[in-house]
Design a protein around this ligand. Sequence first.
Ligand code: FES
Length: 66
Amino acid sequence: MYVCVCNKVTDSQIRTACENGAHSMECLQRRLKVATCCGRCAECAQRMLNDATAARPDQQLHRVAA
Ligand code: FES
């Protein structure tokens, strides 16, 4: 499913980026360009990032409340 329509970024790509070390929205934006155009996907991408980092205790300092 597309999360970011503007940049054609899927939920699968976001999950993979998180598994490969993306730990902030800035990381996701650099790697995938998610939420760098209209921004409508930012909340969803942030939620996915929070869910991914919640499963990784070493990354919880980077979580942002959505
Ligand atoms: S839908 Fe992601 S920037 Fe527009």
